[in-house]
Unconditional design. Structure first.
Ligand SMILES: [Zn+2]
Length: 559
């Protein structure tokens, strides 16, 4: 009888697909999150036939693996992945990737916002206590830390679950990307100083005020000069049938007065991968044999931000030969990195996740001239002037202070600068929002007030949902405005030709590829959110989701 019952239960388990301890067995030794800054999901299909094959036999008959197509073939490709928040900037996007939390919980509501108390713009990771470590001189880099991130990351939870033994690192050219991916308990977050050419960190991480010896040696070696004294040649013939934005150039120099020019080229990513390999080696990531670190909690985490794709997109746009070329070179760089991991027996045991913090708009100037859309670069200052004029006409302005500040898509109004102050602030917000929405001035599509957002009075639209997901009380504005398509939040004097930030598909659609232990290979057409990344990685690591996580497990998790 007992045997029959056991047999019945076993049969039910087989039918339901339940396997004993499969999750623990699937635990990756190393999680590598690769965040390609400003990569749209369509690049995977638009340029897919030009990528390296998934598997490449070399001359000795050994297997080499490709880049994007290796991930697609060996892992899960979520073809309809979207960010779920607004605005679509680097700070909020990177905060989402490993927290699973929207800005309304993470507190990262933009790259910048207006700090009402100090009456200044505030950078998203700014912290006067987090002194830059790694330079001999004081440069323009701001002092920073993760203190403004109000939720935990996957790395934080991994640290807590392992008594601090798991190793957690985050790197990239941009401080905000490295810090917001790494979180509060990371062993290190590293970013690049364009003035000195050094990798640096914050005293928040390097509490003794100095870099690790191997990092000091790397900076002293001036490896960076290999990449800054070069020419970026790109092949335009490959681009003939899939590029819309044409320029005469077929090469760009990576040499400049400082170390900035090479970051706008594929060489910037080469330099980041050199650092990634050193972090893995010198910090023994994924090495479970190390004394004092035993299974089951033997996983480590490395987050890598590839910022050069973003700089190239800003300078040349998504439809340029430059964007095609940097994407193809990213494919080659990924392949080289994966093969390097494979030689160290790490590839098969690593969970590799590739995504992006946002997409990018086609060039507004080209959309205007060729496709007859409105749209322009030059937004913040113009909206600020329009609202200023409206308030002056309606209420009068006291003194010389401007009662209005526009930072990214947030409008902040200080009623104390208005002459007629009998009106309630909420009435002023209503009037300004109505003015912006009714006139569509300077490319405004719609404007919502703080009161509407916090009382849940927004319409049930995709755009309004994103606005709510992006609103943090006290940090966000009195009014949030949403631009029409192809209106770009930048100063008109910016050297950039395009940007991102909007709630439209070209900014919200990003790649999402996962390969490694615990992932079912295949193409997944169900809608997926970038909010799902952190809960999925947490599950595969056997740790609790980060504190603000609200996504679901991705369909590609092995059952
Ligand atoms: Zn970005």
């Amino acid at each position: 009888m007992h045997k029959q019952l056991a047999s019945l239960i076993a049969s039910i388990c087989v039918v339901l697909g339940i396997r004993g301890s499969s999750v623990a067995a699937d635990r990756p030794r190393l999680v590598i999150l690769i965040s390609v800054d400003q990569m749209r999901s369509d690049y995977l299909t638009r340029y897919g036939d030009l990528f390296l094959p998934a598997s490449i036999p070399d001359a000795d008959g050994r297997r080499q693996v490709g880049g994007f197509r290796y991930l697609e073939a060996s892992g899960a490709w979520h073809v309809d992945a979207q960010h779920s928040h607004f605005p679509l900037f680097t700070g909020p996007g990177h905060a989402v990737e490993l927290t699973g939390a929207c800005p309304y919980k993470s507190g990262i509501v933009g790259n910048y916002w207006y700090d009402r108390r100090s009456a200044t713009n505030r950078y998203c990771v700014e912290d006067p206590e987090g002194k830059i470590v790694g330079n001999d001189i004081k440069t323009k880099l701001p002092d920073v830390s993760p203190r403004s991130l109000l939720v935990t990351t996957v790395g934080d939870e991994l640290k807590m679950a392992t008594g601090g033994r798991a190793r957690v690192w985050a790197i990239g050219l941009k401080d905000r990307a490295a810090i917001l991916l790494g979180g509060h308990l990371a062993d290190g977050a590293l970013w690049f100083d364009e003035e000195t050419g050094n990798w640096v960190t914050s005293s928040y991480y390097a509490t003794n005020g100095i870099l690790r010896p191997w990092l000091r040696e790397l900076n002293a070696s001036r490896l960076v000069n290999q990449f800054t004294n070069a020419v970026w040649n790109f092949e335009k013939t490959k681009a003939l049938d899939r590029v819309w934005t044409w320029t005469e150039a077929s090469s760009h120099s990576t040499t400049g007065t400082n170390y900035q020019a090479f970051t706008v080229s594929p060489m910037g990513n080469d330099f980041v991968f050199e650092l990634a390999k050193r972090v893995i080696e010198k910090e023994s990531l994924g090495q479970i044999q190390t004394e004092g670190r035993q299974a089951p909690h033997a996983s480590d985490l490395l987050a890598i931000n590839l910022s050069s794709n973003d700089y190239v997109g800003h300078y040349y746009g998504p439809d340029s030969a430059e964007m095609l070329d940097v994407t193809l070179k990213t494919d080659t760089q990924l392949s080289a990195f994966f093969n390097w991991l494979d030689q160290r027996k790490l590839l098969a045991q690593s969970l590799i996740v590739l995504t992006s913090d946002h997409g990018v708009s086609p060039l507004p100037a080209q959309m205007r001239s060729d496709a007859h859309f409105s749209g322009a670069i030059g937004y913040e200052a113009e909206v600020q002037s329009s609202v200023q004029r409206f308030l002056a006409d309606r209420y009068g302005v006291r003194g010389t202070n401007s009662p209005v500040k526009v930072v990214e898509f947030n409008v902040y109004i200080d009623p104390s600068d208005l002459a007629w102050t009998n009106a309630a602030p909420s009435d002023i917000h209503d009037e300004v929002a109505r003015f912006l929405t009714d006139t569509h001035t300077n490319g405004v599509y719609v404007a919502y007030t703080k009161e509407q957002i916090l009382k849940g009075q927004l319409p049930r639209t995709d755009v309004a949902m994103r606005v709510m997901n992006g609103y943090y009380p006290g940090l966000s504005g009195d009014i949030v405005l949403v631009p029409q398509p192809y209106w770009i939040q930048l100063n008109a004097t910016s050297k950039y030709k395009s940007s991102h930030g909007s709630p439209y598909a070209y900014d919200t659609s990003v790649p999402l590829l996962l390969s490694g232990p615990g992932i079912t290979p295949g193409i997944f057409t169900e809608p997926a959110s970038t909010l799902d990344i952190a809960p999925t990685i947490s599950f595969l690591l056997g740790v609790i989701k980060p504190s603000g996580a609200e996504g679901k497990l991705l369909m590609s998790v092995r059952r």
